[in-house]
Unconditional design. Sequence first.
Length: 190
Amino acid sequence: MEMPMHIGKLKCLQTLTKFVISKRTGCSIRELGKLANLQGALSILDLENVESFNDAKGASLRNKTDLKVLELNWKEGSNTKISESQSNVINGLQPHRNLNSLTIMYYMGGRFPNWVGDHSFSKVTSIHLEKCQYCSSLPALGLLPSLQNLSIVGFDGIVNVGEEFYGSTGSSSIKPFGALKVLKFEQMLN
């Protein structure tokens, strides 16, 4: 699937459920940055085609206050190397704090950015992380106050789940995973 070229010219567009990134002119992730009114759910596919933090930041996800559901998806089996660039790309894709649901699939970086478990994402109720096989640790998700559903699938690089997963509270009054109802670990080879 390919996106129409220069979709960013549709300045009033509110609903775009899927955006496929291409290296073709007029189909880069920066086109999303021009769509300030997006709301609801958005899946961003083929993120292996984004090469830098600045390109990712150009999507302006942090400014999309009405975006509630976000899926970040790298192509399964892509030849993307574990690299600093992938970590930089995901750092640049930080969404607005109004987000309710986050899915990250086939991310090829070695670790997640700090924003994934930042407690200021107080409205996040669901997180699904899948096939991020080169990640050697899980993000600190324990302090997300509204997190109810957490699914972690296919993390081949995880050997154990340690205290960092719960987050650093600095206070005994904060209970990690205080709202969690469903926790799934599946296809964990190690």
